[in-house]
Design a protein around this ligand. Structure first.
Ligand code: GRF
Length: 206
């Protein structure tokens, strides 16, 4: 393994389809990074099994064994600093990261969210979009800051909402786009193709 390989970590809690899209992209050699570790906050997350199948180091850090969120986040920090990591991808990670974690890895944490932020942050974004009656929703990859689904936006893809859409059909159509968008954003960050100025992320002109 080259010494300067870009090292990625993923934090997961569940299904892991975005994690799988990242793994596939690495295995197809479209994404030249190493997925060094997958950390889960839930024991039986399918995402963990998927990572294991691909020979990736996996760790379950059990929230129940820490007295509070701060102590849990410290365990995460210690684990990630052992490696160390260039970029942390939240891929269906269902816990809110504390201030200390965000400060420690400032500018190195990204998330994917199933709406066109700032519309519909938080849980059930696709349901929120259907109920609101928007004609387009989509997905967003953004840097993570102290707010919920709030950091500077890196990339977005718009997805139409059809008259007969429900939460399930819209979620499926958005998820297909997430699987393209997340590896694309990671690749662009790895290749240093963005400038970040306050909230604004722009493409570098070479
Ligand atoms: C995705 O919809 C993602 O946008 C959101 O959580 C879901 C995770 O799905 N943050 P998966 O675990 O990647 O399949």
């Amino acid at each position: 393994m080259p010494l300067n390989i870009f090292k990625l970590a993923a934090l997961v809690s569940g299904r892991g389809s975005n994690l799988q899209a990242i793994i596939d992209s690495i295995e197809r050699k479209e994404l030249n990074v190493r997925l060094s570790i997958v950390i889960s906050s839930t024991k039986d997350a399918p995402a963990l099994k998927q990572a294991e199948k691909h020979g990736i180091e996996t760790v379950f850090i059990d929230p129940a064994t820490y007295p509070n969120k701060k102590a849990y986040d410290k365990a995460l920090i210690d684990k990630l600093e052992e490696i160390p990591i260039d970029l942390i991808c939240l891929a269906g990670y269902m816990r809110i990261l504390g201030k200390e974690f965000i400060q420690t890895f400032s500018g190195k944490i990204i998330n994917i969210h199933p709406s066109l932020l700032p519309a519909f942050p938080g849980l059930n974004a696709q349901k929120q979009a259907v109920e609101y009656g928007v004609k387009f929703s989509g997905c967003t990859v953004h840097f993570v800051d102290a707010g919920v689904d709030n950091g500077p936006i890196i990339l977005q893809t718009a997805v139409p909402v059809y008259d007969n859409d429900g939460e399930e059909s819209l979620s499926k159509r958005i998820l297909e786009q997430e699987h393209h968008l997340y590896p694309k954003a990671i690749k662009m960050i790895k290749e240093n193709k963005f400038n970040v100025n306050g909230r604004t992320v722009t493409h570098k002109k070479f």
